[in-house]
Design a protein around this ligand. Sequence first.
Ligand SMILES: Cc1ncc(COP(=O)(O)O)c(C=O)c1O
Length: 361
Amino acid sequence: MPTIRPDVAAIGPYVPGRSIEEVAADIGMAPGEIVKLASNESPDGPFPGVVEAATKALAEASRYPDDNLRALTVALSGFLGVPADHLWFGNGSVGLIGHIASAVGGPGTSAVYAWPSFIMYRIATRLAMSDAIEVPLDEDHTHDLEAVRAALRPDTTLVYLCNPNNPTGTVVSADAVSAFIDSVPEQTLVVIDEAYHDYVTDQRYATAVPEALRRPNVLVLRTFSKIFALAGHRVGYAVGRPETILELRKAQPPFTVGQVAQAAAAASLQDRGELERRKMANEAARHHLQGVLAERSLPHTDSQANFVYFELGFGAEEAAELFTRRGVIVRPMSGGWLRVTVGSEEENRRFVEALNQILDV
Ligand SMILES: Cc1ncc(COP(=O)(O)O)c(C=O)c1O
C-alpha cells in the first residue's frame, strides 16, 4: 500500500447515487424497470441539435481540444450577455470547485459553508488542507447568512453559498445575497453555486452574476449537467472578474473539457424556447410531488430546484431501501431526510406509487 496523506485517508469517499444496473442486479428486476431519481439528472435527452454537433466533434478525437474553448465561450457569452473574458470552464463545476479550493486554500486557511449542502465543498476543502467550518441551515432548511457571516475567521479565504441549496432546494433572496457579499472582507472569495439556477421560479431569487461581474472576490458557478441534460459530458463554468479567473486558472490542468463536450454545450444554448419548456415542466412536476407530500402531511421544503427534499419519519437509509426494493432509487440524506429528483411523468408516477405502498403497509 502506498503512503497516503493522513488527511486524505480520513476523507470518506464520494458516494454517487446507486446505478440502475447495480440496483437491478440487487433486487432481481430488469434494468428497464428501475427508475433512478437520485442524482438530480434531467429526465430529458440533450437539447435539439446537440447529438449532431457532438458527433461531428468526435471526428477531431486525435487532436487536443481548444484550451481557450473559443466557440463555447462565444456562444455562452452571447447567451448570458457576459463578456467572454469573464467566463471560465471546467470539467463539471465540481472540477472548478477543486481548482478554486486549492488556489485559495492550504494549511492555515479555512473555508465556510452551510450544512447540509453540496458534499464537494467538504471534500475539496479537506483536499486543499483548509479547515472546514460548517454552519447549520436554519430551521426552514435555508442558509442562515448571519450565522455564515459570523463563522468567518481571519484565516477564511473561501465561502460557498449554494443557491438554490442542494439537497434542500431552498433559496436565499437576491437582496440577502448582496447584503451578505457586502459584509464579507474583500480578501475572502465568495463562490455562489447556481447549479440549479434555471429551475427557480421564486421571484425573490435572482442570479448573483451581476455581483460576480463587478467584484473580484465573487464567482458564480453554473453547470450544463442539470437543465441542459449534459451530466455525462462534464461541463461547468464560472462567471467572475478576468483578473481573478487568471489567478485561479493556474490551479487547473490544461484541456479539462474535451471537444465533444464543448460542441455539445455550445449547441445546447441555441434553443431558449426549449429551455423555458423544460423549466415549466419541472415546475409543474415539482409542484405535483410537493402536493403529494403535503397531502400525506410529510415534512418537505419549498424546493426551487429539480429535486424535492422530504422526510418519512424514520431512518433515511431504511426509507431509501424501501424505495429501492420497489425499483425507485432516491437519495438518503443526513438527519432522516430524503431527496428525490423530479423525473419524467412516468418516473414521478412510479415514485408516488412506491411512496403510497410504503406508507400504506
Ligand atoms: C450544488 C451543485 N453544484 C455542482 C454540482 C455538480 O455539477 P457538475 O456536474 O457540473 O460537476 C452539483 C451536482 O449535483 C450540485 O448539486
